[in-house]
Write a protein that binds this ligand. Structure first.
Ligand code: SAH
Length: 230
């Protein structure tokens, strides 16, 4: 089986149907990440098959949770995960990759353009400082960025009321320590989707809905969020 068939099969196993052009575009994106990775650090995963499963397919685990036509913000997007695979598989959405490292956002912007994705834009900056983006999104995603209580404080302010935060985690263990954050921020967990990636790694996508407007005291400055999470 070649990489194209492998990606299409592994995606369909998690319920995402990729057409040949989309899968080919994502494989080109993989190659762009791997060659940029020689110049600056984007990923520890360098083997093609592992990259396909742990970056491309893993990113697609949240695809079914995004409302149709959503404006989506991916916090701490790094090399564009999960937002680039999501935007490729869901052409109806409009995705903003947000990361504090400008170099990574320059890469994502160029690489997304070069695979023909017109629905990805980038913002270089810290999530908690994007006041002009608060209340602007129908969906927010984050993978491998921070603990759940910290992430909730970064993500919920960016959402419209009724919008969803999709947190990519290994399991649902952090829900216990996130109760206070959820009540302070006015959000609740509405879905927990567990899956095993090809090869056996466990993954859980946690979906939270924003129930009411965020108290303007949130998000706090990053130092305070980290030092004293909700
Ligand atoms: N989501 C990607 C990258 C994870 S690494 C993936 O799953 O592969 C975490 C990234 O989050 C880093 O690129 C870091 O620059 C970014 N980051 C951490 N805190 C942030 C914040 N408060 N605002 C924006 N980006 C942040």
């Amino acid at each position: 089986m070649d990489d194209l068939e492998f990606l299409i099969l592994r995606a369909s196993e998690i319920g995402v149907e990729l057409d040949g052009d989309t899968a080919a575009a994502l494989l080109t994106y993989k190659n762009l990440v791997l060659s940029a990775n020689e110049k600056f650090n984007l990923t520890a995963i360098k083997e093609d098959g592992e990259f396909i499963v742990k970056h491309l397919v893993d990113s697609l685990l949240g695809a079914s949770e995004i409302p149709f036509g959503a404006r989506l913000c991916d916090i701490g997007s790094g090399a564009g995960f999960p937002c680039v695979p999501l935007a490729a598989a869901r052409k109806d959405i409009c995705a903003v990759a947000l990361d504090s490292t400008a170099k990574k956002m320059n890469f994502v912007s160029e690489a997304a353009k070069s695979i023909g994705l017109g629905n990805v834009s980038t913002v270089a900056g810290r999530a908690e400082e994007q006041k002009n983006l608060f209340g602007a999104f129908d969906a927010v995603t984050a993978r491998a960025v921070s603990s759940l209580p910290v992430l909730l404080e970064l993500a919920i302010p960016l959402l419209k009321v009724g919008g969803v935060f999709i947190a990519y985690k290994t399991d649902d263990g952090e829900l216990e320590i996130s109760k206070r954050a959820l009540s302070e921020l006015g959000a609740k967990c509405v879905n927990i989707k567990s899956a095993a990636l090809y090869g056996g790694d466990k993954r859980t996508v946690l979906v939270f809905e924003k129930l009411k407007a965020t108290n303007p005291k949130y998000p706090r400055l990053y130092g305070a969020i980290k030092k004293n999470p909700l």
